[in-house]
Design a protein around this ligand. Structure first.
Ligand code: COA
Length: 350
């Protein structure tokens, strides 16, 4: 490990130097869903903005997506001069197994056995928590380069017959490579705001599978084995918490709303994103959206949206980005980033 120091008194910052997204090839459109659920394209589009999502095939797991995104992000970083990493962090709510963590196997499959590897469980805020953790590893000198992957396969935990949730979620992975650098250079991630409120844990849950359920007698019910969400309450918390977190981050950095060129929110659904942008006084066209093509991909949603925006060249070097996420827990978080010069991105979705 050889972290680059930023000066005698300033700890090194985490600087973005590689990015990639990957989604499984199987596409499920709203029309597909309407064939098996009592729903229709208009309802789904009006309430969520989503027109399709990608889902894994039987046998495909979260690590398979994470490896694909991770490999591409490492290649992008290598083309940018960073060719190995000291730590692999996987943010996910759908690990391959309850034990062990998914990150060590992802690291080994990427030829990175020996690197530190661990998972982050912060539901849809996992990627922002992961950025903060990677920044901490780098600032402390524990790692010089970190591969952070947000990967989720919600199709493996959502009941396919639950029309309220099956329409929202999709599967995917997004990855970034962060290297030690200077806090002021393009690509530096910083001014984090992270928070949680476990008093509302029941709003988003998978009840079975953990120690709480296993210490009870009897088999879990069908419902307890699947993802459950109280949609309307989640909607209200998401808008409030994301707007508060975004403001806290802007205030820490001394940025005004107008300083934000692109707002990159967790892609929960289009109405939530627009409500947060409205609340912040940000024009909606500054809101980076990818949810229409991939649905809500959990911890993958922000890096997938970034990869898509980079491939479309809607974000350009020097642009100032505000990243904000919200998820089960409840958890939320935000940070800022000035866009660096990165190798050309391939589009993940047409
Ligand atoms: N198709 C058609 N009708 C549906 C439906 C579907 N897929 N899902 C639910 N409905 C029905 C409901 O049964 C209800 O019918 P009723 O009035 O006869 O009882 C009606 O539509 C309204 O349901 P409601 O839950 O009030 O809808 P909503 O406007 O709140 O939209 C969500 C539901 C889930 C789209 C919305 O609550 C939401 O976006 N929540 C946030 C979800 C989210 O982004 N979570 C991730 C956070 S990380």
């Amino acid at each position: 490990m050889s972290p680059t120091t930023a000066g005698p008194s300033t700890p090194p910052a985490a600087v973005l130097c590689g990015l990639a997204g990957w989604v499984p090839s199987r596409v499920v459109t709203n029309e597909h869903l309407a064939r098996r659920l009592d729903t229709d394209d208009t309802w789904i589009r009006t309430r969520t903005g989503i027109r399709q999502r990608h889902v894994v095939d039987p046998g495909q797991a979260t690590s398979d997506l994470a490896v694909e995104a991770g490999r591409r992000a490492l290649a992008a970083a290598a083309a940018n001069g960073t060719d190995r990493v000291d730590a692999v962090v996987v943010a996910t709510t759908t690990p391959d197994r309850t034990c062990p963590a998914t990150a060590p196997s992802v690291a080994a499959r990427l030829g990175l056995a020996g690197a530190a590897a661990f998972d982050i469980g912060a539901v849809c805020t996992g990627f922002v928590y992961g950025l903060a953790s990677a920044a901490g590893l780098i600032a402390a000198g524990v790692a010089g380069r970190v591969l952070l992957i947000g990967a989720d396969t919600y199709s493996t935990i959502v009941d396919p017959l639950d029309r309220a949730n099956a329409i929202i979620f999709g599967d995917g992975a997004g990855a970034v490579v962060l290297r030690a650098g200077h806090p002021g250079e393009p690509g530096a991630v910083g001014h984090f705001d992270l928070g949680s409120d476990g008093a509302h844990e029941a709003l988003i849950t998978v009840a079975a599978g953990g120690s709480r359920q296993r210490s009870r007698p009897g088999e879990p019910s069908h419902q307890d084995r699947h993802f459950a969400m109280r949609g309307q309450e989640v909607y209200r918390h998401a808008v409030t918490r994301m707007a508060e977190s975004a403001r806290a981050t802007l205030s820490r950095a001394g940025w005004k709303t107008d300083d934000v060129d692109h707002f990159v929110p967790h892609q929960a659904n289009l109405r939530i994103l627009h409500s947060v942008a409205d609340d912040l006084g940000l024009p909606r066209e500054r809101c980076v959206t990818h949810v229409e093509s991939v649905g809500n991909t959990g911890a993958a949603s922000i890096p997938l949206a970034l990869a898509d925006a980079a491939a479309r060249q809607t974000v350009r070097p020097g642009d100032r980005l505000l990243l904000t996420a919200f998820g089960g827990g409840l958890t939320w978080g935000s940070c800022l980033l000035t866009w660096p010069s990165l190798p050309h991105q391939e589009r993940t979705t047409p």
